[in-house]
Write a protein that binds this ligand. Structure first.
Ligand SMILES: Nc1ncnc2c1ncn2[C@@H]1O[C@H](COP(=O)(O)OP(=O)(O)OP(=O)(O)O)[C@@H](O)[C@H]1O
Ligand SMILES: [Mg+2]
Length: 316
């Protein structure tokens, strides 16, 4: 099964640590670590860790772009980079070791022209994926309808589209129709036009999306509460095991990676959501931008299969 990820706002992630953050002083940081980042790119890295190949399509520019490509290829992901003018953004995060606080500085995505965005779509079309993952925010320059266009393309080429984004871009694509949505609580609230959903309203809201008839599967991620899976057959809550949390950075992308891996193995929706929760939770056990360790994933997955369904959603 061919898996392709699409990232319109890739980033070179630079992370470091410092004992204490204070104004005016020189802050002596540790040697920085560089990672290839951005929604779909993280998903490709996660799938790779679980032993499946994927191709990552994304725009790149300048020396940050070259470095990003090199890092990603080094991790074994097949790269389909679209050269664009300008420089790929660099995000910066600092862990203050004295407090454990993490400061994340996110730069604006490199703006993308109409023609370059079309070239990314052309690359996807040419690659003929069975599963297409679109993840992350849209960069400046692209209309909010871009993911709806991606959804239309997926239908045209017979690919199952998995989408993880927010705001108006999510709204437009959900309206166009796709296979799987992974909103968090805030994103689901916006999708159904409610300011903030309470936990006991999540099942109704997810089923409302399903009954609109445009999305086959909705997996609402609920942070430490795991996820709610909704399909035409109904909904079920998948509880997350309690683990020692170190950093939730990358939990959402890891969850999507787990679900796409399961889809690639033709697993049924419940198992897909369970692998997703296992990967998301495993990601929280690692510090910083580290995704997850496969042995943590499978240990947590065993727990989820054994105990995860004993907790009914209404217990929360
Ligand atoms: N504190 C936690 N304890 C256990 N599991 C967690 C925790 N936080 C996140 N997870 C796992 O990760 C999954 C995705 O997390 P979350 O719901 O926070 O996604 P998100 O809001 O999209 O995150 P992101 O900020 O990465 O986009 C959850 O469904 C859960 O399985
Ligand atoms: Mg998210």
């Amino acid at each position: 099964m061919k898996i392709v990820t699409l990232t319109l706002s890739p980033a070179l992630d630079k992370s470091t640590t410092v004992e204490h953050i204070a104004p005016e002083h020189k802050l002596r940081c540790s040697t920085p670590r560089l990672d290839a980042g951005g929604g779909g790119i993280n998903v490709s890295k996660g799938i790779q860790r679980l032993g499946l190949a994927s191709t990552a399509v994304f725009p790149v520019g300048g020396s940050n772009g070259r470095l990003l490509v090199e890092l990603l290829m080094h991790s074994g992901v097949v790269v389909e980079a679209v050269e664009v003018p300008g420089e790929t953004r660099e995000n910066f995060s600092v862990l203050e070791t004295g407090t454990g606080f993490q400061y994340r500085f996110t730069m604006p995505g490199q703006s993308l022209g109409h023609q370059e965005a079309e070239t990314c779509l052309e690359a996807v079309r040419r690659l003929r994926p069975d599963i297409l993952v679109a993840s992350g925010s849209l960069p400046p320059g692209l209309p909010e309808t871009y993911y709806a266009k991606v959804a239309a393309l997926a239908k045209q080429i017979g690919a199952r589209l998995v989408l993880d984004t927010s705001g108006a871009a999510l709204q437009a694509a959900a309206h166009e129709g796709l296979y799987l949505l992974k909103p968090n609580l805030g994103e689901l609230s916006a999708l159904v036009g409610v300011e903030k959903l309470e936990m006991n309203q999540v099942d109704d809201a997810a089923m409302e999306i399903i009954h609109r008839g445009t999305c086959e599967v909705v997996v609402v991620s609920l942070g430490p509460h795991g996820a709610l899976l909704a399909t035409r057959d109904g909904f079920v809550h998948v509880a997350a095991p309690i683990v020692e949390k170190r950093s939730t950075v990358g939990a959402g992308d890891s969850m999507v990676a787990g679900m796409v891996w399961a889809l690639g193995q033709n697993k049924p929706p419940l198992e897909m959501a369970q692998v997703g929760v296992a990967c998301g939770t495993a990601a929280t056990m690692n510090p910083g931008t580290e995704l997850f360790r496969p042995d943590d994933v499978w240990r947590l997955f065993d727990w989820i299969q054994t105990f995860g369904k004993r907790y009914r959603f209404t217990d929360f």
